[in-house]
Design a protein around this ligand. Sequence first.
Ligand code: ADP
Ligand code: TRP
Length: 329
Amino acid sequence: MIVTGIKPTGQIHLGNYIGAIKPALELAKISGYQSAYFVADFHGLTKIHHAEEFRQLSYGIAATWLALGIDPDQVIFYRQSDVPEIFELNWILSCFASKGLLNRAHAYKAMVETNKEFNRDVDFGVNMGIFTYPILMAADILLFKANTVPVGKDQTQHVEIARDIAESFNHVYGDTFLLPDYKVQEGTAVLPGLDGRKMSKSYNNTIPLFEEPKKLQKLINRIKTDSLPPEAPKDPKTSILFTLYKEFASPIEVERMHEQYLRGIGWGEAKKELFHVMNRYLEEPREKYNELMASPEKLDKILLKGAEKARALSIPFLKEVKRKIGFNV
Ligand code: ADP
Ligand code: TRP
């Protein structure tokens, strides 16, 4: 089983797409495994505390998956909060997760370091949702007996934590949880944003995946480039524009563009070409996305149907887990 989720904490951007969504979709296509994709809305709550924004962002993740070609009849596609067993397992697992393990989680550690830098209390701004985030993620993964978890590079530690927790439980009660492995798409770049740093909603340097064409073009024009003259040869390996171009163009187009870089291409021209291939690729999914966002009741229906499929697996397995622990269920 392949399991992966996306938390609704911001508009999906190209970095999310290339680093997380595209590899997950490709993996499901080639592996022949059963796959489960979900909207990690409980995880989103660690950050988003505004009801309308939370609702829209959650729908946005669901619409993104569907617009990019997930077939809810083929995969299990649901919203985390519609599967209450995840939450029950979350508590059980938290009793097998040492605090020290969570102290070492990168996201929490990074917040502590920032607080130290600014001479604030080390736990300033850290809610318990952020601290225990990896346990909930372990519940997402272990409840569905995932053996493969496609994630971006920054999420691999969380999958390792899920393994650690599963091992602690199995050590006491015997083999119960499958030990999951993460799968990071080889060669997947950490996509730089408009300013050259990692594209991230935290840096405000993103290109939203389903941006309208005019705005998309404007954002592409804002991508930072150097001041080489148009005729000077350019290094495709270090160019953000080329990194992006590769993701959306055909192999022949990529080869041709590679040659053009070596011969010398003006950045204006490179940006125009990038917009062309990107817009061509995104046109159809964007339309589908907009359609779905305009009919949330349709999304709800699909998600609830998916949750039923998910619960057909999670209810009996959680029962099995609880029996092992000594609950009379
Ligand atoms: P953000 O950095 O915008 O907050 P998230 O932390 O929500 O993004 O990441 C969601 C998924 O997208 C993760 O699996 C992460 O690895 C991937 N991802 C995010 N930004 C990038 C990027 N710039 N390049 C590649 N993958 C990314
Ligand atoms: N933590 C992941 C992220 O920030 C999202 C996520 C939640 C997830 N639960 C998961 C990913 C389970 C894979 C499997 O991107």
